[in-house]
Design a binder for this molecule. Structure first.
Ligand code: GLY
Ligand code: MN
Ligand code: MN
Length: 384
């Protein structure tokens, strides 16, 4: 069967259909027209191989396809399995059925269109494919470009934010059901908790989880990315659940940490610290703020409490078609937040061998601050 790709969406046309595709194409063409190759000369077009970028430009949800956008032309190359679907979903594109390998068809079309200088996605195309592509188009200069379409994806359109809000509501609905179901009790395996979350997300309209569900209990809660395991929950455990839904091609991302039974004073202290940091991070997300400054607003609180070394990841990351994309909130970030960006805010403190806490919300930057898309309670939940 098909390899994994952006295949979550129903066989629908993206909201706004041809108009939205036309606007995104126009935006991309403006960027391309202003792109000079490092060795000089404007590129005449871009070959898009990254599935998320293909979906963004075309709305095509098949598992395999390639895009060629020049200043005059927009082609979507796919194979026999998908040509009918591609024509329905990508009305702004000429759909071309490619042979094997795909880049020979690309080469033929590029030559027929008289293109002599194309950019490619250097942060995605493999070295082997680049070499084979260059051999197929000896007369075309291929210039490595990075992040061209990703830049366009940074600021979401209002309709994209509403889809992400629906994805967030879907994951929160699953959390509510899991909290009510009684599955969070001693003896239940982390796998089972993950399965319940994923089941309810699908029941609520998700095509799949946005990423491998994290359920990390007891001492495993010190693993920031502790995928669910066969460990059985025990009384007194912290349980960190980090999960998201893929809805209409867009991801959500939320983390809540709960306690099985009564929280100890140490657990409550740690939870309150992470919550204070998370609220400070949320308060620092605003248009014009730097990703580094937002990170520091939360990090300073954790550092001042003596846990600086126990918070080893960034405060947040952009979320959209990909679960991890720009902007970045971290000590190394050069992102400047703008209205329409969507980011997570997710500080954590992880004490090896003992446990940890992370609290994560998803927010959209607005004209004067941010809109929190996940509104599940952040009071410490004790499952008695
Ligand atoms: N689960 C991925 C993240 O929160 O970044
Ligand atoms: Mn997460
Ligand atoms: Mn996240």
């Amino acid at each position: 069967m098909a390899p994994p790709g952006v295949s979550g969406m129903m066989l629908g046309v993206m909201p706004g259909g041809e108009d939205v595709q036309g606007q995104r194409l126009e935006h991309l063409r403006r960027v391309l027209a202003a792109t000079e190759a490092p060795q000089g000369g404007p590129v005449e077009g871009l070959v898009v191989t990254r599935p998320e970028n293909r979906f963004y430009l075309t709305g095509f949800t098949g598992s395999s396809g390639y895009v060629l956008v020049s200043l005059q032309h927009a082609l979507l190359l796919t194979d026999f399995r998908y040509t009918e679907q591609a024509a329905q979903q990508a009305p702004a594109f000429e759909v071309v059925r490619h042979g094997s390998p795909w880049f020979e068809t690309l080469a033929e079309r590029a030559c027929a269109l008289g293109l002599t200088h194309l950019g490619f996605e250097a942060d995605h195309l493999s070295v082997a494919d680049l070499q084979a592509m260059q051999a197929a188009v000896p007369g075309v200069r291929l210039t490595p470009l990075c992040g061209v379409v990703e830049q366009l994806r940074l600021v979401k359109e209002p309709a994209e934010i509403e889809i992400i809000a629906r994805a967030a509501a879907c994951s929160e609905g699953a959390l509510r059901k899991v909290l009510e179901s009684g599955v969070l009790r001693p003896g239940v395996r982390e796998f089972e908790v993950a399965a319940e979350l994923e089941h309810h997300m699908r029941q609520g309209g998700a095509s799949r989880p946005a990423f491998d569900t994290i359920v990390a209990s007891g001492p495993r809660s010190s693993l920031p990315h502790g995928r669910a395991s066969d460990r059985r929950l025990a009384a007194g455990d912290f349980v960190t659940m980090d999960f998201g839904a893929l809805v209409d091609g867009y991801c959500s991302d939320i983390t809540r940490t709960v306690v099985i039974g009564r929280a100890s004073p140490e657990q409550r202290r740690l939870y309150d610290l992470v919550l204070r940091a998370q609220l400070a991070g949320l308060g620092a997300v605003a248009p014009g703020a730097g990703g580094r400054a937002a990170d520091e607003a939360a990090r300073a609180i954790i550092r001042d409490a003596g846990h600086g070394d126990h918070f080893g990841h960034g405060l947040g990351h952009g979320v959209g078609i990909a679960i991890h994309e720009g902007p970045r909130l971290s000590p190394l970030s050069d992102s400047i937040l703008q209205p329409g960006m969507v980011t997570s805010v997710e500080p954590g403190v992880y004490l090896p061998g003992w446990g940890g806490v992370r609290i994560e919300d998803l927010v959209a930057v607005t004209g004067d601050g941010c809109r929190v898309l996940t509104d599940s309670t952040k009071e410490l939940i004790e499952l008695l």
